[in-house]
Design a protein around this ligand. Sequence first.
Ligand SMILES: O=C(O)Cc1cc(O)ccc1O
Ligand SMILES: [Fe+2]
Length: 446
Amino acid sequence: MSGTDNEQARKTADGLVHSSGFGNEHSTEAVPGALPHGRNSPQRAPLGLYAEQLSGTAFTEPRHSNQRSWLYRIRPSAAHPPFTRIDNGGLRSAPFTETVPDPNRLRWDPLPEPAPGTDFLAGLWTLGGNGDVTQRTGMAVHLYAANASMTDRVFSDADGELLIVPQRGGLLLRTEFGLLRAEPGHVALIPRGVRFRVELLDPEARGYVCENYGRPFVLPDLGPIGANGLANARDFLAPVAAFEDVEGPVQVINKFCGNLWSATYGHSPLDVVAWHGNLTPYVYDLRRFNVIGTISYDHPDPSIFTVLTSPSDTPGLAGVDFVVFAPRWLVGEDTFRPPYFHRNVMSEYMGLIEGAYDAKTAGKGGFVPGGGSLHNMMSAHGPDRDTFDKASAAELRPQKVDDGLAFMFETRWPVTATEQARTAEHLQKGYDEVWQGLERHWGSGA
Ligand SMILES: O=C(O)Cc1cc(O)ccc1O
Ligand SMILES: [Fe+2]
């Protein structure tokens, strides 16, 4: 059920065929002849399909940032019954007003095991966020823990695009555009409004989601770095068309302005036989990230680790950046090599996909895979005491940091935690203590 007429299509290690390149004009058809040529909206679309445009940006946005795709489907999306409200489960949305924004540093252990039969959607649990879904600004931090595939239901999010960061267990994403596979170490992006179903490739799945209410994520500018580096555009993989021709009840759940709405369709809406355009879901393997750092001295700011950025209306000031701390060499001379002590006007949510993070002690009660920390704007943070002591005394040989994969959602607005995040059992007590005992050396002659 899948095929393509795009020369860039290629089969990757996961056995799926993809069409590569960030923001490319992809075109793909699962059945030969399904894609019209020379026009988007012929009087009669090929093979009895319906033509439908999906706009990710306003019609009138500048060409370089304009995003839309044309879908050729068995039934038009407009043919559906009314949506009715359903329970929001663990999902919360902006504006976040359940608690007051807190200057304290917070850290969580991983989510507890979900109840049997919990699928990706039921397993979403909102930690906090900022902005306002009705203004299309800000972001939310969600976690998920699931042990069942979604069956007979699909999800779409009108409030924002979803950047999914698997931490445990692979996911098969069946989207309107085709199939994507996301394993721990990959990220997957589902654009605003795109219907999809998550199937588990392993018995359990756990991870993080950045719901970006703002402008779609793009690759950051490279400035003096040059024409290559960081996340390379060619490593972003879009699906090729693959459709389901399913008649029968399918629940379609739509997140709209903070609430979940449901309608039961008489067919699967994952019925797109061909599509073309530059608005697509995609996956990216974080291990492909080209890490840039110092080859002389000092610790550069982590903006050089930006994979994707959602620009705000102020140049250089992101609504949210997605930043990865990937394996790399540290060679800085006369340099304190781990992340420095600092206070940041931006707010930082950090997660750990595997291993350890070089500013924090690993292990139980520390910063552990599946856990997360929140350092809101101007909250002082940095290496914990053990890290500081070790790094201050370390012999400065070239050193490979390759025992972990951490990431950050860095946002221009403070992140307000949800009530459930503030009262969670897995909110660590006494996080402040990691910075206790940083002794006075002044006056000691050290
Ligand atoms: O651990 C953090 O707080 C993230 C971070 C990493 C880094 O290398 C420099 C600054 C920074 O905020
Ligand atoms: Fe930081």
